[in-house]
Design a protein around this ligand. Structure first.
Ligand SMILES: *[C@@H]1O[C@H](CO)[C@@H](O)[C@H](O)[C@H]1NC(C)=O
Ligand SMILES: *[C@@H]1O[C@H](CO)[C@@H](O)[C@H](O)[C@H]1NC(C)=O
Ligand SMILES: *[C@@H]1O[C@H](CO)[C@@H](O)[C@H](O)[C@H]1NC(C)=O
Ligand SMILES: *[C@@H]1O[C@H](CO)[C@@H](O)[C@H](O)[C@H]1NC(C)=O
Ligand SMILES: *[C@@H]1O[C@H](CO)[C@@H](O)[C@H](O)[C@H]1NC(C)=O
Ligand SMILES: *[C@@H]1O[C@H](CO)[C@@H](O)[C@H](O)[C@H]1NC(C)=O
Ligand SMILES: *[C@@H]1O[C@H](CO)[C@@H](O)[C@H](O)[C@H]1NC(C)=O
Ligand SMILES: *[C@@H]1O[C@H](CO)[C@@H](O)[C@H](O)[C@H]1NC(C)=O
Length: 679
């Protein structure tokens, strides 16, 4: 065979042409890309009816297990914003034909996100691989802390010029004069924002809080998640970008801001977003699909009976330990964990037990100990030993007051929330799961198979009777079921019988017999973005011990609940599927089908019932903190400055804080107004 030169050239060009037409190949290997190019890659996968039916059938059947479905048709105040007819939403999406697979998935994402329940979410792995980053992260604070309300404004974070470089040199070169998106932000740091896309900044914040933040039932708490603030991510101090400045999709190219510069002059700036790729490496759309979208071995559940017997065949027996229930939210997934710029890290020496998710300090004067509890995740045993070390050191140092910072704590192990509460005070919440027909079949099958809590979450030995005795695995706590009431009206759903958690058996550190601190001397600070296990912990402290809670941030003139999202145990799709497969009921027509693509599709599986009103889930119990403060330019990114602010407040108000209504003292002028900013 003889090639003519012309054919040879065509053969060489062909792959290049094909690649150029593939929007994913066009951005392969690039850590940062223009949002439009990222979106073109995401939108390159055609709409597929088979995938749509697979996802919707799965979702419809998983929602049968969702504990709060009945609350959505007419959500009680102040949570009305989440009201929706879940079944009608599924039917609406089913009846719509979408242009691309992305658009279909985005519709499902939008619907579940607006339920505002961080335990009940849908993250299509395929399409949540980019985080859009704004090089001028927005924050909200007041420059005159002694004045009340109204004086808060939205600002471009004053620490922008130390924060942005932490994203790395590739981000800087992307924005450099010779990069794909030239933009110099240095003179904008600290500018007051007068409008965002033509709207008042707080009106824009409300739109994002209502349509995109998700995760928290309370609107006020969601307003706090649209702005940046400090946090601990993993075991490190970090600065969260917030949902305006770090949204989960590359579907905005820029944000138009009118700002007032330090000198007072106004400027209109069109700030470009930059899409940050956080998925696995790929070379073209086929490999993008393979690494990010296609189902893999972790997408669906497994029959643990089979894997436990096969592992005993290979000599690896499962340790006889109980599986640990979790209650946590997924913040923007995935997201870039950017550190807290070093000038804003605590300068006080960290106390023992500060290498994990807890960071502990003693404030000047040795009277106040601070535990910044970043999450209830990570090392289950270390959390307990770190708590023990910090409290013991506090006691040795003569510390009398304990300040617990729960800012941006997304939850984690249910039993670590109970541990911290038991360490400081005593017991937990009553709980139930939903008694749908398939759940009842699962429990009956588990009992017939003689399964227990080493393999599954559904058996009774995971729980205790209300007298705190562990239930035997053979106890059927879900049949007969119990009717429940939403707002005094009997709901259509049924629940299991009530039970308590059985955490004590799993503790490595024995909580002390007597509380280490007078509970009147324990206080909590947070920004309300305190989810799941964190919300359960703070609700226990508030409802049982009237612990004083101070919430920072929010929007002028609007309430913020102290807990963001207070469901109980969450099951990921693979967890629920594992329960179904291990019980041997996967062939039941009510069982959700295996997923064909990889999705993080989770639901709130258990309710935690309020102590104040045992007819009401704590999720729907409106509870406002005793104190509200605005952040200042010193505290939004500086945990130690925030603790010292509270400490100064303590010095003046501690005894009052621990006893009576502070509002009275502030209003009557007994306490200097500047140290008690209350709404
Ligand atoms: C739709 O997706 C299914 C499942 O992945 C696949 O088998 C089928 O080929 C796809 N259909 C089209 C038209 O691409
Ligand atoms: C979607 O609609 C089709 C056609 O009416 C129906 O067969 C299917 O069961 C529906 N799927 C879901 C999940 O409701
Ligand atoms: C509960 O009652 C309140 C006040 O009557 C009402 O606004 C709300 O919609 C009701 N909620 C439900 C879930 O029925
Ligand atoms: C999803 O929500 C976003 C933000 O509100 C909106 O821009 C987009 O059009 C919605 N997409 C679909 C498919 O509903
Ligand atoms: C950005 O502008 C500042 C002056 O405001 C200048 O000093 C700096 O060199 C510029 N940065 C780049 C990367 O051009
Ligand atoms: C606080 O404790 C430290 C360490 O024990 C000690 O060095 C310091 O003098 C104490 N400060 C006060 C004000 O008691
Ligand atoms: C706790 O309650 C269960 C169920 O009512 C009962 O069977 C058990 O005997 C009780 N245990 C104790 C120690 O009271
Ligand atoms: C906060 O603002 C005040 C008043 O404008 C200013 O004096 C102070 O330096 C600022 N602090 C920080 C950390 O930016």
């Amino acid at each position: 065979m003889v090639f003519t030169p012309r054919l040879a050239i065509a053969a060489l060009l062909l792959p290049a042409l094909v690649r150029a037409a593939d929007p994913c190949a066009a951005i392969a290997g690039q850590p940062f890309v223009l949002p439009a190019k990222a979106l073109a890659c995401l939108k390159s996968f055609p709409f597929n009816e088979t995938l749509k039916q697979n996802v919707l059938t799965n979702i419809a059947r998983v929602f049968d297990f969702y504990t709060f479905e009945d609350f959505y048709l007419n959500s009680p105040p102040p949570f009305q914003e989440s009201t929706t007819d879940i079944r009608a939403d599924i039917a609406r999406i089913n009846a719509t034909t979408y242009a691309t697979d992305y658009d279909f998935n985005r519709a499902v994402y939008n619907f579940t996100t607006q339920l505002n329940d961080g335990h009940t979410r849908y993250f299509p792995n395929c399409y949540t691989t980019f985080q859009n980053l704004l090089p001028t992260p927005l924050v909200s604070f007041t420059l005159s802390p002694s004045a009340k309300d109204g004086t808060q404004s939205v600002f471009i974070a004053p620490d922008t010029n130390t924060l942005i470089p932490l994203i790395g040199p590739a981000f800087a070169s992307f924005l450099s004069p010779t990069g794909p998106s030239p933009f110099n932000f240095t003179h904008l740091a600290g500018s007051r924002v007068l409008s965002i896309n033509g709207l008042d900044p707080y009106a824009y914040a409300d739109v994002i809080a209502k349509t995109e933040s998700g995760n928290f039932l309370d609107h006020g708490v969601r307003v706090n998640s649209v702005f940046g603030s400090y946090r601990i991510t993993g075991t490190d101090f970090s600065q969260r970008f917030g949902d305006i400045s770090g949204p989960a999709f590359p579907d905005r190219d820029s944000l138009t801001l009118v700002v007032e510069l330090a000198g007072g002059e106004k400027e209109t700036v069109v700030v470009p977003y930059v899409a940050d790729y956080l998925g696995a490496p790929f070379t073209d759309s086929a490999s993008f699909w393979e690494v990010n979208c296609a189902a893999n071995s972790a997408t669906n559940g497994v029959d643990l009976k089979a894997s436990s017997s096969s592992s005993s065949v290979t000599g690896l027996t499962r340790p006889p330990t109980k599986r640990l229930p979790r209650a946590s939210i997924i913040d923007t997934a995935p997201s870039n964990a950017i550190g807290l710029p070093s000038p804003f890290l605590p300068t006080l020496p960290p106390q023992p037990g500060s290498t994990g998710v807890i960071k502990s300090f003693i404030l000047p004067g040795n009277k106040t100990g601070v535990m910044f509890v970043g999450s209830f995740e990570g090392d289950f045993v270390q959390f307990q030993t770190d708590t023990d070390s910090a409290i013991k050191v506090f006691q040795e140092a003569g510390v009398e007051r304990l300040l617990i910072d729960l800012t941006n704590n997304g939850g984690g192990f249910v039993c670590l929330g109970q541990f911290l509460h038991q360490y400081l005070a005593g017991t937990g919440f009553q709980s139930t799961n939903r008694a749908n027909p398939l759940a009842q079949k699962i429990v009956a099958a588990d009992i017939a198979l003689g399964l227990n809590n080493n393999l599954v979450f559904y058996t009774a030995d995971n729980f205790a009777f209300l007298n705190n005795t562990q239930m035997p695995a053979s106890h059927n706590y879900i049949t007969p079921s119990v009717p429940f009431h939403v707002n005094g009206t009997r709901a259509t759903d049924q629940t299991s019988q009530r039970f308590l958690d059985t955490c004590d058996e799993g503790f490595s550190v024995q909580p002390p017999a007597t509380p280490p601190f007078d509970l009147g001397n324990v206080a909590i600070v947070s920004n309300g973005n305190c989810a799941s296990t964190c919300a359960m912990f703070s609700t226990l402290m508030f409802e049982r011990h009237q612990t004083k809670i101070a919430i920072f941030g929010g929007k002028p003139g609007e309430q913020v609940q102290y807990k963001g999202m207070a469901g109980n145990q969450v099951l990921e799709w693979a967890d629920l599927d594992t329960e179904i497969k291990t019980a041997g009921v996967k062939s039941d027509p009510l069982a959700p089908p295996d997923l064909l693509t990889t999705l993080a599709h989770r639901h709130n599986w258990r309710i935690a019932w309020s102590f104040f009103n045992e007819e009401n889930p704590i999720q729907y119990q409106s509870e406002l903190p005793q104190f509200r403060f605005a952040y200042t330019n010193e505290t939004y990114n500086n945990p130690q400055k925030l603790w010292l602010f509270v400490y100064v407040f303590y010095q003046t108000c501690w005894s009052i804080w621990a006893q009576v209504d502070l509002v009275f003292f502030c209003m009557s002028g007994i306490i200097e107004k500047s140290s008690c900013l209350i709404e």
